[in-house]
Design a protein around this ligand. Structure first.
Ligand SMILES: Nc1ncnc2c1ncn2[C@@H]1O[C@H](COP(=O)(O)OP(=O)(O)OP(=O)(O)O)[C@@H](O)[C@H]1O
Length: 599
């Protein structure tokens, strides 16, 4: 059976559920749907983006309280009088308010790293919870009652069996939107946030913007859930929007599988049902009215985190036939148009220059008055013994770091104050000494991240799946570069399962996808077998022929001597020699540095 049929069976079951299940079970399904919508946002934010939030319940509260107030107050502000307390206007205003608060809180907290971000989310979760309870116009801790039922196309959704359909249609639409988004250019940038931010920035991704986007989407999902909740219950008070509910949402995400959209539904379903069963059965078994379910649930969650930290969804996926797992592999359309290419500077033109670059780390001078020049159509190698200062120089040239003195000029522009993202946009691309890949993504997706700057379709077209034409062009470019470097057979392999040498080659394909005029390679031959090195040398020669300027830091002398046009040698942070390979090979200062004086 194909997964498509499984989805159809699931949809049919969902459609008939309210007709065949008792009201109580339908109410449970409604709660599962409402919770799953919030958890879906957490999958995006925490599972994919790597940002843990305990504060999602507060956004649910914003959505719920906005509509509760607007649909029940007798003193609507005059500019809103026309809305006559419509719940749909309540939704709109609630979402606008949620978006405004999310943007404000995001701007304040998303730059925080490590444990400061989760702590920040706890702080705002608590603040908003007490705000709801303190404002007398919001009914204080008693809350607001008497909310109207929603009506849609003349049907009043005043029963659980009726609002059920609205809740699940909205949830499934949110799942569709989220899946579309994740399988797009913007989605690749979002998926790079967890562990690959430095790499993503050097591929031209604005990582702060990507963080803001998922923070906003997750807050809006929570806000919609709050709106639905308010009109399902027709009553709101602060209790369901406190920190403890925020923690429950996180548990749902962790149980279901925080890294996958379907994990959100699974987690919300399992935790809600389990809580219900435990509440029903434990008092009968244990006697008395203690909150046994909380204790047992806590223990179960600890046990589960031990046995399956990725949640239950990945376990189910592992049980599924291999052919199902490959269903998501987007095929590359060979007829897609090629992306336009940048005009390369004329061969021989100076493209990158370090002028008297000095970099100090406290008392240590890692680069001292370094000068070097790189021209279009040239391979320049930067060599030197361990600790000579090559990587530091590489970082100054790629704008990852800023010189203490001196400056770097790229295409006649000073890189002072520029970020690695801006430099990437100007036409510089790079690889990393310690490979930086998104190991669970396919080789094709990893390399397609390099094309990020060459597309411009945004979040909305990605969410609605209407950017396919551009996406195909980007993927075609990624496939072309992969075939060019000899990895064409591995398009759909998980990047983490490639050998180290292949991973380095993958990084070169990714860098080439950015259509650079300058390529900086940090130890590209490390870990490569003899044949792979030969193939890499041939590729770099071809690129040089095309007019690219290539700077490489490399320890493999045979590789460097056979490939480089010129070589700069460093020792103790300073340039000790510069020249043609044959000059460098017989330079006494170089021999002294490498062999300690032996000749
Ligand atoms: N962020 C930093 N803070 C303090 N010292 C640093 C920093 N980065 C590099 N150094 C020091 O600067 C010197 C040059 O280091 P660098 O990594 O640039 O050398 P390298 O030539 O790339 O060495 P290798 O070939 O081993 O990678 C070393 O002494 C190193 O300890």
């Amino acid at each position: 059976m194909k997964p498509r049929y499984l989805i159809i069976i699931g949809l049919v079951l969902l459609a008939i559920a309210p007709q065949v299940l008792p009201t109580f079970q339908v109410t449970l399904l409604n709660y599962i749907g409402l919770y799953a919508l919030v958890v879906l946002g957490l999958v995006l934010l925490t599972g994919v983006g790597g940002m843990t939030s305990f504060g999602q319940a507060a956004f649910v509260g914003l959505g719920a309280y906005s509509t509760a107030y607007l649909t029940t107050t007798e003193q609507l502000p005059s500019w809103l009088a026309w809305s006559a307390g419509s719940p749909w206007i309540g939704l709109l205003i609630g979402l606008l308010l949620t978006a405004a608060v999310a943007l404000f809180l995001g701007a304040l907290t998303l730059k925080l790293s490590g444990h400061y971000l989760p702590l920040g989310t706890i702080a705002w979760g608590i603040s908003l919870y007490y705000l709801f309870g303190t404002m007398s116009s919001m009914g204080g801790h008693t809350g607001i009652s008497g909310l109207p039922s929603l009506s849609l196309f003349g049907v009043v959704l005043d029963k659980g069996e009726k609002i059920y359909y609205l809740i699940w249609v909205i949830l499934l639409a949110a799942v569709w939107i989220t899946s579309n988004l994740l399988n797009s250019r913007e989605g690749r940038a979002i998926r790079a946030l967890k562990g690959g931010q430095l790499m993503a920035e050097s591929m031209g991704v604005n990582t702060f913007r990507s963080k803001m986007v998922i923070f906003l989407i997750s807050a809006l999902f929570a806000g919609i859930s709050g709106w639905l909740y308010a009109h399902t219950q027709r009553f709101v008070n602060p209790t369901p929007f406190g920190l403890s509910m925020g923690i429950d949402y996180l548990f749902m995400a962790l149980i279901g599988g925080v890294g996958s959209v379907w994990g959100a539904l699974l987690g919300a379903g399992i935790l809600t049902m389990l809580k219900q069963w435990l509440q029903d059965w434990l008092p009968l078994i244990m006697g008395g009215n203690g909150q046994y379910e909380t204790i047992v649930l806590g223990l179960l969650i600890v046990f589960m985190m031990q046995r399956s930290p990725g949640g239950i969804w990945p376990l189910l996926v592992r049980l599924a036939p291999a052919s199902w797992r490959n269903q998501n592999h987007i095929k590359v359309d060979a007829s897609a148009e090629n992306l336009p290419r940048r005009d390369l500077p004329e061969k021989g033109q100076l493209v990158l220059e370090a002028r008297n670059v000095t970099r100090r780390f406290g008392g240590l001078v890692a680069n001292n008055q370094m000068n070097l020049q790189l021209h279009a159509g040239e391979v320049l190698a930067l060599i030197g013994p361990n600790g000579a200062g090559k990587s530091t120089m590489f970082n100054q040239l790629s704008a990852v770091d800023t010189p203490s003195e001196g400056e770097v000029l790229f295409l006649d522009q000073s890189l002072k104050g520029k970020t690695s993202r801006e430099v990437a946009h100007m036409g510089m691309s790079r690889t990393f000494q310690h490979v930086k890949l998104l190991t669970t993504m396919t080789v094709l997706e990893n390399v397609a991240l390099g094309t990020h700057m060459r597309g411009n379709k945004g979040i909305i077209s990605a969410s609605l799946h209407i950017e396919r034409e551009e996406e195909q062009r980007l993927l075609k470019e990624a496939q072309f570069q992969l075939e060019r470097v000899g990895l064409g057979e591995h398009l759909y392999t998980e990047a983490g399962s490639l050998s180290l040498g292949q991973q380095r080659i993958l990084e070169i394909a990714r860098a080439l996808c950015a259509d650079p005029c300058v390529l900086l390679l940090d130890e590209p031959a490390a870990g490569l077998r003899h044949k792979e090195k030969q193939a890499l040398a041939e590729l770099l020669q071809k690129l040089r022929q095309e007019g690219l300027a290539i700077l490489l830091v490399e320890h493999d002398m045979d590789f460097v001597m056979n490939l480089a046009d010129r070589i700069v040698v460093m020792e103790f942070g300073e340039k000790i020699a510069e020249g043609l390979p044959e000059e460098i090979q017989s330079n006494p200062a170089v021999l002294e540095a490498y062999l300690g004086g032996a000749e």
